[in-house]
Design a protein around this ligand. Structure first.
Ligand code: CTP
Ligand code: MG
Length: 255
């Protein structure tokens, strides 16, 4: 095999966080002393595989971001911020348009999924290197019901259903084409893979080994603190399997 592809990550952080209802936009909310955005940046950097990490932030949040940039001065891959758009898909497009020509693979990540395990990031990057497109996810645990008008219409076979997470990683040319096609057709999607799937490309599902919840509502922060506490306990026991403790660590040697 030849050299590894040049990889960039877009960290989408331009949402308002309405469901969380905090005083600041969600990406700037602190979780045990570190913002969700900083945690996401550090988790991606700790994979050791990403040469450019691009935070996509709402245009009014530049001043708030300055403090994060300062705290992340040790993260070599960190690029200047890009202004996001009205919807997530617009923010992704803006980040994508900012990438230098040499980038071949793009990892799209929600800042709200700030607990992602660096080794899971590495595994989804591996799959995308092989396949051209791969996302992290997990099999659904609940039985799913299709409901219309308050009544169950169907109980699909749960074993076929997975919940999609991020990072979602794609060949850059596929993601550019998918984004352009979506803009032409007016297609909106809640994840990026749906746009790439719509072009007929196979997208590999990679099962996340560590919990990778999206912070959406206030109770998710409570759960996230519990996961961080468990990591700390494991780290102290010498059995740490992932980064994310409180101590600042270099972006290369956390995993
Ligand atoms: N996002 C973005 N630009 C937008 C909307 C969302 O970059 N216009 C980002 C968010 O910052 C978040 C990720 O996309 O990291 C996933 O979106 P979501 O969890 O829905 O976050 P918010 O849109 O901020 O939250 P809410 O929908 O509750 O307002
Ligand atoms: Mg949203």
């Amino acid at each position: 095999m030849g050299r590894r592809p040049f990889v960039a990550a877009l960290v989408l952080a331009a949402g308002r966080g309405e469901r969380l209802g905090a005083a600041v936009p969600k990406a700037f909310v602190s979780l045990d002393g570190q913002s969700l955005l900083e945690r996401s940046i550090r988790a991606l950097a700790a994979s050791g595989r990403i040469e450019r990490i691009v935070p996509v932030v709402s245009s009014g949040d530049g001043p708030a971001y300055a403090a994060i940039a300062e705290r992340c001065a040790d993260v070599e891959a960190l690029a200047p911020i890009v202004a996001g758009g009205a919807e997530r898909q617009d923010s992704m497009r803006a980040g994508l348009a900012s990438l230098p020509d040499r980038i071949e693979l793009v990892a799209v990540h929600d800042a709200a999924r700030c607990l992602v395990d660096p080794s899971d990031v590495g595994r989804v990057l591996d799959a995308a290197e092989r396949m051209g497109a791969a996302i992290l996810g997990e099999p659904v645990r609940d039985t799913l019901k299709r409901v219309a008008g308050g009544r169950i219409v169907e109980t699909p076979d749960r074993s076929e259903y997975w919940a999609a997470q991020t990072p979602q990683v794609f060949r850059r040319d596929w993601l550019v084409a998918a984004t352009a096609a979506a803009a032409d057709s007016g297609r909106r999607a809640t994840d990026d893979a749906a746009l790439v799937e719509a072009l007929g490309h196979a997208v590999e599902m990679v099962e996340a080994r560590a919990p990778n919840p999206k912070i959406t509502r206030p109770e998710d922060l409570v759960f996230a603190r519990m996961l961080l506490a468990r990591r700390d306990v494991r780290a102290e026991a010498g059995g740490a399997r992932s980064g994310g403790g409180r101590a600042p660590m270099s972006s290369r040697n956390r995993e």
